[in-house]
Design a protein. Structure first.
Length: 222
């Protein structure tokens, strides 16, 4: 006679989904970490781009300064040559104006020269555009034939101010003292003027503007 032993019965437990819940929590955490990492990466890219644009603007402004200085030197180094500067307005060819603080249109609070020399991020197409020694500029496709300079949003611009005669402390106008000068018994005499150059340049976009200045002395007409 066969006897059947009853099978043990295990209590049935209702599934609570704990494993799924834990997996979802970890998935959310990983998603948050990924979002944070990507946000940090985008922020770093923007910071690098802003720094690069600022450096481009500064280099572009320095380039325009050197170009304006070379213009003054190249003009005044010729015997009898001098830079043409207008009174009361910026010369449309040379970008030079004679300094006159009484000229409100130029040197008043909202004057043309005052605004050009102000270090804000507004682009002011007031001065003479500097397009490099080859005249190809530093923007767009035309820059490809230049020396590989990075493109900027606008070609840098400059203005030149004739600040007047060079006068050493306690002395009159500076004069030539070489072999032809009056200090050596010769008859030579030249007038040396101080020129203030202001360059305004953009970076990779027009919202980044840098203003740079330098001074330069050279022969003048009077």
């Amino acid at each position: 006679m066969n006897t059947h032993c009853p099978q043990p019965r295990f209590p049935q437990r209702r599934q609570q989904g704990a494993v799924l819940l834990v997996a979802l929590i970890f998935l959310i955490l990983l998603t948050l970490l990924a979002i944070g990492a990507s946000s940090g990466s985008l922020l770093q890219q923007r910071m690098v781009a802003a720094t690069r644009s600022a450096q481009l603007a500064q280099m572009s402004a320095d380039t325009a300064l050197r170009g304006a200085e070379w213009k003054i030197w190249g003009t005044s180094s010729v015997i009898g040559g001098y830079l043409m500067c207008d009174a009361g307005d910026i010369n449309a060819t040379t970008g030079c104006v004679k300094y006159d603080p009484e000229a409100t249109a130029l040197y008043g609070p909202t004057g043309t020269v005052t605004q050009f020399r102000t270090g804000n991020n507004a682009w002011l197409p007031t001065g003479i555009a500097y397009t490099g020694t080859q005249g190809t500029g530093f923007t767009g496709a035309a820059n490809a034939v230049n020396t590989g300079s990075p493109n900027v949003a606008q070609n840098p611009q400059y203005i030149i101010e004739d600040m007047g005669l060079v006068k050493p402390p306690g002395a009159g106008p500076q004069h030539e003292s070489g072999v032809t000068g009056p200090n050596n018994g010769g008859a030579g005499h030249i007038n040396i003027h101080i020129y203030r150059i202001t360059a305004r340049a953009t970076g990779g976009n027009q919202s980044v503007v840098r203003v740079a200045q330098s001074t330069f002395d050279a022969q003048a007409s009077n």
